[in-house]
Design a protein around this ligand. Sequence first.
Ligand code: SF4
Length: 257
Amino acid sequence: MTKDEVRQYLEFYRDLGVKSVYRRQASAPIERAAEIRTAPVPQITASSPQLTAPPKQIVVVPPLEPAHDNLLKIMEDIGECKRCRLHEGRNRLVFGSGNEQARLVFVGEGPGADEDAQGLPFVGRAGQLLTQMIEGTARKEGIPLSRPDVYICNVVKCRPPENRTPQPDEMEICGQFLYRQLMTIRPKAICALGSTAAKALLGTKDGVTRLRGKWQQWRDIPVMVTYHPSYLLRPYNQNAKKEAWEDLKMVLHYVYD
Ligand code: SF4
């Protein structure tokens, strides 16, 4: 499509009162979502039948893989993002934190209340547990590593209301930024915390119990799926805690040995 065709198409939707459009593939992992360009759509004219029966799907337009991308550019591109409904309830957007050259990236689901208040990922109780897990396991295994050495971010950058699970369209829209973060950092491994992160990265419906303990892959980067720390905080999940520690041990040895 030419720029004029895209403009014409979007103006058509604007005139119908549609404020945002996107192409939805609910189960698309972020790799595929980020590849979405624009859908082939017919030219629309005043006499076009589309004026009475508009096509249901179009695309839009995520920024994709700009040359010489880096975290600062991605942050600038996000800006005061209103690309999905999650912006409505956020206090602060939570981009991610840690080492831009990290060899290991942790990907969670989305910010909670503490993260939303501070603008930083994993700073609440679950975040403290994650820090303990990273630093405690590294210490026990003789690996000199602390939390600032890794990079931590989420699939969606704004807090979902009532901490609900992000919806597929929100994950897809925001996933473009996660995609760019991962492509920029290019870690040696990714640790996906919980089933939402696993779904976003791997496009799978399998739960953590099925996926954990063995390597998966996002592009050419190995991915270990394990339990989200907030799940491990529940008192009846002692067994999951042990498994998460085992997963983390495997990841740390793979990345830092
Ligand atoms: S969740 Fe992501 S896409 Fe949605 S408003 Fe926040 S930054 Fe934008």
